[in-house]
Design a protein around this ligand. Structure first.
Ligand code: ADP
Length: 610
């Protein structure tokens, strides 16, 4: 069985999460496929892109004018003492420079327009893609990593669009126009000037690979750093760190990673600089050769001074782009790594999607049936085996059993948070895979143990379930969930901010708010995981009352931890090691003298006595 992204799947593979540096990857080329894929992002902005190309082309030609005009100043205006021509040539040169500058501004605007828009599109694409990823993705990928991809990787890509690609095109135009001009002026001198070019190009390949490796390592370190921040400076992580007095250890861990990341960055910037220094030395050889051979031709009377000076100036326009492009080669390799990381995310299959003929479901009054359901999170480690049962419409089914038995897994399969491996789950006799995910999930209300409230007001949290709910409806739901009085006693009532993840509320209060939230949604199926944490008698009473309202006339599956719930259940399923080992009512199961009786003796009886 392949899930595409098991815990191991995210750990390896080129571009996945933790990056491996195998030789194949380092020597891999920037493939046509990758280029094609990148170029598709330009499609919506093809007009602007075309305009940028025209601007670059015109700028490249305009850039040739000043050196050529200087040749005419030296060879014509000065020897002829022609002031009028001198003035004309100087003004023309100035004009070319001003127009070039103006075109530069236009090009900058277009660049940032295109690159920002492409990044905007990519961010949207990434966000909506990540939304489609199943729960399994989030349980296996480290949190910091998603943030890194969404922020620094995508920002890196903005640089590629605004600088790398444009620089590449600009240099290519300058190179082409200059080379043609030089050949027209004097092909022998041009060949001499070109002679030194291989000196810069040859070491570039090695440098490219080295730099790519460093870039990937740096990205990996940043990702690691983000993970540490996420894990230790979030509420639960912070609590864990404080309670186990791990500040020193965590700080030292952070310092090590931070030092490594800094070191890598310094190495990365220095690697580029050393490389440039060596290359610049080579570029000074070209002009010297021109002065030598050109000077000889001048002495022979074959060349003018103006031509030599213009030639050397134009040679700068030839070497500049070659140097920049060799450096760009490094950038392009680096960018390819970034794109690979992003595209790897885009390529991950959301897996749980609507079937082509998916129908809308209305689950009211319909039975839920598990038919020989098997499921495994990881290959060869079945979490559920041959699960078959029916939760009749309008009844309460309680799931009991030791921790890790598979109760949560059973309930998570109903809204298709995970996809079963074999067997079927039906609602009203129809397979849940034949329904649209949206309609299926709209029929289910989930009350989890760890209620997630976002950092907003209580009202905002409640409206999340039903944005159209009126004030009266919200209050009604809260009354039914036995939380209205409590909310009203808060300083700002329904407008009280609950804090990160609802930290300002107790477990019982949060669960009652979560019940109110589901009441506002009012779905026909309720899945509830009762809080295991011990509640005081008052909270316990309120929760029970709230649950009573919540489950009334609903088809419900409750992972039960309280005797009162179990006693109220129409059917009890005893789950052990991924299988249903017993099924019945409280009384019938007690008589059985099996797993349930044992569980009851250990978990519930002492509580009754105490
Ligand atoms: P229960 O709700 O009965 O305590 P669960 O359904 O949460 O049990 O877990 C059943 C088994 O599946 C356990 O062995 C647990 O470790 C494993 N499991 C749960 N969630 C995941 C997951 N996202 N990835 C891999 N294994 C998991």
């Amino acid at each position: 069985m392949s899930r595409g992204f098991g815990a191991a799947g995210f750990g390896g593979g080129p571009g996945h999460g933790k990056l491996k540096f195998d030789d194949d990857e380092l020597h891999s080329k920037i493939s046509k496929q990758l280029l094609l894929r990148i170029s598709k992002y330009f499609l919506p902005y093809w007009k602007q892109t075309l305009l940028v190309m025209i601007v670059l082309c015109v700028s490249a030609v305009l850039g040739l004018l000043p050196p050529i005009l200087i040749q005419h100043i030296i060879d014509q205006a000065l020897p002829d003492k022609n002031l009028h021509l001198l003035l004309l040539l100087v003004l023309a040169s100035l004009g070319a420079t001003v127009v070039s500058g103006l075109l530069g501004v236009l090009q900058n605007y277009l660049n940032s327009f295109i690159s920002q828009n492409i990044v905007h599109d990519m961010k949207n694409q990434m966000y909506s893609h990540l939304q489609q990823m199943p729960l399994q993705f989030y349980s296996s990928v480290k949190q910091g990593e998603v943030i890194t991809r969404m922020t620094s990787d995508i920002s890196g890509i903005q640089g590629v669009f605004s600088n790398t690609i444009v620089n590449f095109a600009s240099n290519l135009f300058i190179l082409a126009t200059t080379a043609v001009t030089l050949f027209i002026m004097n092909w022998k001198l041009t060949l001499l000037g070109i002679f030194v070019i291989p000196l810069f190009i040859l070491p570039t390949r090695k440098m490219g690979n080295f730099s790519w490796k460093l870039a990937k390592k740096t990205q990996e370190k940043f990702s690691e750093q983000n993970e540490v921040i996420e894990e230790t400076l979030s509420i639960s992580g912070y609590l864990l760190m404080k309670l186990f007095t791990k500040e020193e250890a965590e700080y030292s861990n952070f310092k090590t990673i931070n030092a490594e990341a800094t070191n890598l960055q310094i190495r990365q910037s220095m690697a580029g600089r050393w490389f440039m220094m060596v290359l610049s030395t080579f570029t000074s050889i070209g002009p010297l050769l021109i002065y030598l051979y050109g000077g000889y031709l001048f002495i022979q009377g074959e060349l003018t001074v103006g031509t030599i000076i213009t030639f050397v100036a134009l040679l700068g326009r030839l070497y500049g782009p070659v140097l920049q492009m060799t450096n760009l080669y490094v950038d392009i390799k680096r960018s390819a790594a970034l794109f690979e990381r992003i595209f790897d995310y885009f390529d991950m299959d959301p897996q749980i999607v609507d079937s082509p003929l998916a129908l809308h479901i209305n689950a009211s009054g319909k039975d839920i049936e598990f038919r020989d359901v098997n499921f495994a999170y990881q290959q060869d480690k079945p979490a559920l085996r041959h699960i078959s049962f029916t939760a009749a419409a309008g009844t309460l089914t309680a799931l009991v059993g030791p921790s890790g038995a598979g109760k949560t897994t059973i309930t998570n399969l109903i809204p298709r948070l995970y996809e079963l491996d074999s067997g079927a789950i039906t609602i009203g006799g129809k397979d849940i895979r034949d329904f649209t995910l949206d309609s299926l999930r709209s029929q289910i209300g989930l009350v989890t143990q760890d209620t997630y409230l976002f950092n907003g007001t209580i009202k905002e949290n409640l409206l999340y379930a039903n944005p159209e709910a009126s004030e009266a409806e919200i209050m009604d739901a809260c009354r039914s969930a036995y939380i209205h009085e409590f909310i009203m006693e808060l300083p700002e009532g329904y407008d009280t901010v609950v804090g990160n993840r609802g930290i300002k509320l107790s477990g019982g209060e949060k669960q009652r708010i979560s019940i109110a939230r589901v009441l506002l949604k009012n779905p026909p199926i309720i899945i509830m995981d009762e809080a295991t944490s011990s509640l005081d008698t008052v909270s316990e009473y309120y929760i029970q009352q709230a649950m009573h309202v919540l489950l009334l006339n609903k088809t419900s599956l409750v992972i039960a931890h309280r005797l009162s719930t179990i006693m109220a259940a129409d059917t009890i399923l005893v789950v052990k090691a991924g299988a249903i080992v017993e099924e019945g009512t409280h009384d019938s199961l007690l008589k059985n003298d099996g797993v349930y009786r044992d569980l009851y003796n250990k978990q519930f009886e002492p509580k009754i006595l105490s």
